[in-house]
Ligand binder design. Structure first.
Ligand code: HMG
Length: 445
């Protein structure tokens, strides 16, 4: 079977930065530790006034195409995953194709374009669509571009405000990919939940505490489902496990749950038992409360063990490096986590070729998905092309008053103008409104 997977990745962050400890915490009257230690976040990215989900997506896709020497006829699909769309009919992918056509001679008239929605998991679902299209043999030798792009804003003073972020991840999905091959096996955990939703509104209605529990419950189901098709999962089989990362503190909880779950009944659980005993089982308790208290106690002890901490430091921590500085990118978040882990591995000389990543995606509403990805020889050369560190360094740092202005500029219900904070250069920018209410874009040399 021909390998299908991700051939290249590009990341585009919003060009503004809000420092959570220095700027946000004092203005909210909070201890900075709540953000840097509790949530695990140092800063959020925001779009400048001329940036939005289209410009960030188009700029990421443009760099991807330039770097891979592609022209429009090489692309048979453009799929955009977003939960920040501004139109219920015309997909963002058409705007992005329109942008790209400004800078290429050819066009994308024979490419299938669409938009996927299921909260943060739709980026992974768009990868599935591209994978299935190639596997079905409908691609005529062409590749797909999958773009996950979001401006993840919450209402001012919502508890989610500290987890905001904005950016895009563009991925080229091809036969014989240069980065990772996707597994055919997948596990799902999916249920009708109302933890986080946007019923025709820009800012989410969110029950933050419940959303954390729903994430964990669906993830556990997806792990079970994946193991039922792919066989038992052993923690040491995967050098990196990228999770959907709304904030790194969420992954701290998910990783502990996942580890506890997959070591059950393995040699690792036996080794751990010498230190902290065996895992409590539900049948040993009379009430749910007693069982939950016992599980919490076991998990707290587990996360204190050297074995767990070494696993976490190697397998999870590297996937959180970028998220800590940019916040939640919704659909792009798990793809940022993959890129972050691979980038860290390259910088630390880890040899991953032939090894498998376990990728754990999640979207509120709610669904988790787990699949494996085999790292392809030569992956380091592809990852070395990322320029995200430079982009993060070059962001304009907002004062709190500027942050308030930027939040208003991107609030669809506010008429608000602000001068741009950075100067656009060699990129697509938002250029005002057309006669039918459409958004217009142009390329700035
Ligand atoms: P909160 O209630 O303001 O924060 O918001 P908190 O009081 O729970 O504190 C957060 C953590 O910081 C806690 O750690 C505190 O103990 C700790 P935990 O007990 O959970 O381990 N803390 C401190 N640590 C050190 N020093 C201190 C300090 N103070 C407190 N001084 C909440 C938290 C997650 C509810 C909020 O950020 C929120 O509503 N976020 C938005 C929803 C969200 O991100 N949910 C995550 C799961 S759902 C998901 O991932 C899907 C999503 O991406 C959307 C989609 O799919 O489309 C959101």
């Amino acid at each position: 079977m021909t390998a299908v997977g991700i051939d290249a990745i590009e990341i585009r962050t919003g060009k503004l930065k809000l420092d959570l400890a220095e700027t946000f915490a004092p203005a909210q009257g909070d201890d900075p530790g709540k953000y840097t230690k509790g949530l695990g976040l140092h800063a959020s990215s925001f779009p400048d006034v001329y940036e939005d989900i289209v410009t960030m997506g188009a700029n990421a896709a443009h760099r991807l195409m330039e770097r891979k020497g592609l022209s429009p006829q090489d692309i048979g699909r453009i799929d955009v995953a977003t939960e920040s769309a501004f139109d219920n009919s015309k997909p963002v992918s058409t705007y992005i194709a329109g942008c790209l056509e400004q800078v290429y001679d050819g066009d994308f008239h024979h490419a299938n374009k669409g938009e996927r929605k299921f909260a943060c998991i739709s980026g992974t679902q768009s990868l599935d669509d591209a994978y299935n299209w190639i596997r079905a043999g409908r691609n005529r030798g062409r590749s797909a571009i999958v773009i996950a792009t979001d401006t993840a804003l919450y209402a001012r003073d919502d508890p989610g405000e500290a987890t905001q972020g904005a950016g895009a991840v563009a991925m080229l999905v091809s036969e014989e990919p240069s980065l990772v091959e996707l597994s055919a096996e997948q596990g799902f955990g999916s249920a009708d939940e109302t933890d986080f939703l946007k019923p025709n509104q820009q800012f989410p209605s969110v029950d933050g505490k419940r959303s954390v529990n729903v994430y964990l419950a669906r993830m556990r189901e997806a792990l079970d489902d994946y193991a039922s098709v792919a066989g038992d999962i052993h923690p040491e089989d995967y050098p990196l496990v990228p999770f959907h990362t709304p904030f790194p503190g969420m992954v701290r909880k998910a990783a502990a749950l996942g580890y506890r779950h997959i070591v059950r009944g393995t040699d690792v659980e036996d080794l751990l038992a010498e230190e902290i005993g065996h895992q409590p089982m539900p049948e040993d308790f009379e009430t749910d409360d007693e069982w939950h208290a016992a599980i919490k106690e076991y998990t707290d002890a587990l996360t204190e063990t050297e074995r767990y901490q070494d696993w976490y430091a190697d397998t999870i921590e590297p996937t959180l490096d970028i998220a800590r500085h940019v916040g939640n990118w919704y659909t792009g978040s798990v793809h940022l986590a993959r890129a972050s882990g691979l980038k860290h591995a390259r910088e630390h000389g880890r040899e991953l070729a032939g090894q498998q990543l376990l990728v754990a995606s999640y979207g509120s509403g709610a669904q988790a998905e787990v699949h494996a990805e085999r790292v392809v020889p030569g992956w380091e050369a592809e990852i070395a092309q990322l320029n995200i560190d430079e982009q993060i360094r070059n962001r304009h740092e907002l004062t709190f008053a500027e942050y308030e202005q930027v939040h208003d500029v991107h609030n669809h219900d506010q008429e608000s103008d602000a001068e741009e904070f950075t100067a656009p250069e060699q990129e697509f920018v938002f250029d005002g409104w057309g006669r039918m209410g459409e958004r217009k874009y142009r390329y700035v040399e």
